[in-house]
Design a protein around this ligand. Structure first.
Ligand SMILES: [Zn+2]
Length: 94
């Protein structure tokens, strides 16, 4: 499983940020600032689709792109991290 890798990357994002010493006061509100956001991403086009608050819609968009353009796509979250298991490949509908 690759869930451990994803968790590590999230921990890196959400963990201490010693590189930003001048942001005191933002840390408490930082959690609320980032609502869940999902986007379909195509590495071949190097583009991301519109942002959805619902994962399923982003996945649907990713799937639509995969079918329409024949590109393998996946869903990324608000951190730009690939969502595990979100891969959409052309020709695998159903
Ligand atoms: Zn594409």
């Amino acid at each position: 499983m690759t869930t451990d890798r994803r968790r590590d990357r999230e921990a890196g994002v959400l963990g201490a940020t010693p590189e930003q010493p001048g942001t005191t006061g933002d840390q408490e509100t930082g959690k609320r600032r980032w609502d869940p956001a999902y986007r379909a991403h195509c590495p071949q086009c190097r583009k991301s689709g519109r942002t959805f608050a619902v994962y399923g819609k982003a996945e649907h968009a990713a799937h639509g792109h995969a079918v329409k353009y024949g590109h393998a796509t996946y869903v990324i979250d608000q951190y730009g991290i690939r969502v595990v298991g979100s891969d959409q490949r052309p020709g695998t509908d159903g």
